[in-house]
Design a protein around this ligand. Sequence first.
Ligand SMILES: *Cc1c(COP(=O)(O)O)cnc(C)c1O
Length: 461
Amino acid sequence: MSNKEIPYKVYLSEDEIPKEWYNVRADMKNKPAPLIHPGTHKPLSVEEMEPIFCRELCEQELDNDTRLIPIPKEIQDFYKMYRPSPLVRAYCLEKKLDTPAHIYYKFEGNNTSGSHKLNSAIAQAYYAKNQGLKGVTTETGAGQWGTALSMACSYFDIDCKVYMVKVSYEQKPFRREVMRTYGADVTPSPSDTTNVGRQILKEFPGTTGSLGCAISEAVEAATSTEGYRYVLGSVLNQVLLHQSVIGVEAKKAFEKIGVKPDVIIGCAGGGSNLGGLISPFMGEKLRGEADYRIIAVEPASCPSLTRGKFVYDFCDTGHVTPLAKMYTLGSEFIPSANHAGGLRYHGMSPILSQLYHDGYMEARTAEQTSVFEAAEEFARVEGILPAPESSHAIRAAIDEALKCKETGEEKNILFGLTGTGYFDLVAYQKYNDGEMSDYIPTDEDLEAGFAKIPDTGDVQF
Ligand SMILES: *Cc1c(COP(=O)(O)O)cnc(C)c1O
């Protein structure tokens, strides 16, 4: 298909919504390291995980071999409400940048939660319902995950308890109200409703909270309440599996127009959108069938892939979770207070960590003022107000397109536009008022985080 014929939006039909998730682990030679018990350092079994997570999700977490996993009919039906998501050719941005590159983005913000997180929330709520559970607990930072999960839980009529990082609870009252509208019970974290919350409050009075701390509270609430389990919106293998719908759809859409992306870019917090977007492309790369340049973009203020250590670490501040082998800044690392752009998590998906470690993808950082600059440039020509998180990917896509302008290369660039920024207007306000600053942690800052990484000796799997 010639360039001229490629439409602004490549839509798939309802019938083309994926019916199977693609499990990239099946094609990885070096599998991601298993979650291990913090006491025994032994890999967790399904039985050990079951008190925390839904049964079926434990199976998915440990399944390194099944390439395609059928999506239950109930989840497929829910996907029809907001999928397939469009693959958009960013003609206006290309024109503005005057680049020969062809820029595409896969837009996941077309649902009330405003992000890709609904793809996994609905799956996790379904398995909880199917198991006969009463409800689930979780944490939320910026609020997208909590919103997505409250939508999913109300659809399947189960309870949803959300521990929301205190700074977001206060800065994003509207997110909180969306969650409550969908019936969720929302608590600012750290709170005095859990042991771990009370402990953290005692040790750090006045703390504005962190994702790691909210996770500890949510896990405690789940394991101490009958009929509840804990669910997580990123990082875990099961979440990347559910998010593969993004990549499977994107690949199908590209096949329709007879184009192959050369560069695939995504923002990386815990790694779920990037992992989902790249999965089927990475599969081809791992099987030696095709090659793609894959770039993860993270905030300069929370640089887990680019400056972290690839070791076993806790997934949360309160140290109630299993240990995951991942690129980490240490579970007690908290980005500086001026950081407004999301992607605050200290670690990274074990799958992406392994792929990065093995050289299958690149990673880079972006400073937040340059991220908001890219967001503004994108919004003004493409119309969509992007989430700050997504704007890390926009930054890198623009930079790659500008490189093509210098070299004259007509590369196909794909990036994940994970969501909208309607609830991030405090951050946009800071940027618009010229009050946004950048902070790059010093090596000493990072050492303080590394010092809290548990010593697992030389456990190898
Ligand atoms: C949560 C979120 C992210 C980051 O999470 P990942 O698990 O790294 O994908 C990115 N963009 C948006 C809009 C989000 O809500």
